[in-house]
Design a protein around this ligand. Structure first.
Ligand code: PLP
Length: 388
């Protein structure tokens, strides 16, 4: 048995490292979720969530994974047979499409090679051609965690507006929120979907839907079956800080602390800058190793995760296993059709320069131990950037 000492390095693109302060904030006894103490916490975290999404509209917090929040976005705002426009950006876009299929939506999936963000021109062209407004929602993944490619929601919003199309605009920002610039209100997003275990620096277990007035109005006529995910019951109870069923009380204590750290102490603009800087350092290391970055278009490089292409004949699973065994570090696997072909470094959440240096050292040593062809000097290139 391998004995590991010191801290495990959790460098998958979520779940991310949970700060000790957040862990301590969650270290609370079970509480009465119908009592007055909880009501106050509920109001605080619902307001805190609005600050992270940058919205004045209601935000719903489910005791769920991100997948639940995906489903909630669909079932609250759409009806069986509704046409939706989605974009193939990677494995998470494929999985969200899978949920839409199960609810019998009519999906127009704009094709993509996974190496870039959504094809905004195609989205605009298809909306412009939809003169009868059959498309009820445009659904994109902000930060494709499986590929390290960003789709800029504001660009999609502008395309929808240019086409003068009334479709709802839904964005999965599960690995974007709290790491990449995000403006729910200013970018005209109707439904935002997020989860707790990425940029929000919490354990998994909270799913979020932020909404617009237009989405709330659409939910009144939407007829997909829903019970657990019903926005209206949640919103009604949330007015006084309560939930229709048992909320994840301890995670909510953590959320209050995490938002304090991100919004009040570090400041979201600084949080975004930190992620961008660490992503650049990571890419410099990858290039110096002579390996390929999976994303091809620099404006779409993800600030929160980098997918790295394995040289032909080498499997990422083998490399990750060597790194886990020798250095106690977890890296992201290749997902879906990228299994075996790319590995991913998560540089998001509670993270700093030295954690990134340790991560890149682990990768560089792992490449050597696993016999993966590469050049030396990746860590040095990152250090150069970080210390400039
Ligand atoms: N969407 C994106 C972009 C993700 O990265 C993930 C998970 O990594 C999900 C959706 C699914 O979230 P969950 O695994 O919490 O259900």
């Amino acid at each position: 048995m391998t004995v590991h000492t010191g801290r495990h390095f959790l460098q998958i693109p979520g779940p991310t490292n949970v700060p000790d302060r957040v862990l301590r904030a969650m270290d609370m006894p079970a509480m009465d979720h119908r009592g007055p103490e909880f009501g106050q916490l509920g109001l605080e975290v619902l307001a805190a969530a609005q600050r992270v999404f940058r919205t004045k509209q209601p935000v719903i917090i489910y005791p769920s994974s991100g997948t639940g929040a995906w489903e909630a976005a669909i079932v609250n705002s759409l009806s069986p047979g509704d046409k939706v426009l989605m974009a193939e950006t990677g494995q998470f876009a494929v999985l969200w499409r899978g949920i839409a299929e199960k609810f019998k939506l009519d999906i127009d999936f704009v094709p993509g090679d996974w190496r870039r963000g959504a094809d905004v021109e195609q989205i605009e062209a298809r909306l412009a051609a939809d003169s009868r407004h059959r498309v009820k929602a445009v659904m994109i993944v902000h930060n494709e965690t499986s590929t390290g490619c960003v789709t800029h929601p504001l660009e999609v919003r502008k395309a929808i507006d240019r086409a003068k199309h009334p479709a709802l605009f839904m964005v999965d920002t599960i690995s974007g929120l709290g790491s990449l610039e995000y403006e729910h209100d200013a970018w005209g997003i109707d439904v935002s979907v997020a989860g707790s275990q990425k940029g929000l620096m919490l354990p998994p277990g909270l799913g979020f839907n932020a909404m617009s007035e237009k989405a709330i109005a659409a939910s009144r006529n939407a007829s997909l079956p829903r019970s657990y995910w019903r926005w209206n019951e949640m919103r009604e109870m949330n007015r006084k800080g309560f939930f229709p069923y048992t909320p994840s009380t301890n995670l909510l204590f953590g959320l209050r602390e995490a938002v304090k750290m991100l919004v009040e102490e570090e400041g979201l603009e600084n949080v975004f800058r930190r992620h961008t800087r660490h992503a650049e350092a990571t890419r410099r290391a990858v290039r110096a190793w002579g390996l390929g970055i999976f994303a091809v278009n620099p404006p779409e490089f993800s600030p929160s995760a980098t997918a790295i292409v394995m040289p032909d004949g080498f499997n990422e699973a083998g490399l990750r296993a060597v790194i886990l065994q020798h250095f106690d570090m977890s890296l992201g696997a290749g997902l879906g059709k990228l299994a075996g072909k790319v590995f991913r470094i998560g540089h998001l959440g509670s993270f700093n320069d030295l954690m990134l240096c340790g991560t890149l050292c682990g990768v560089e040593m792992g490449l050597k131990l696993a016999g993966v062809p590469h050049k030396e000097g990746g860590v040095a290139a990152a250090l150069e950037w970080l210390s400039a």
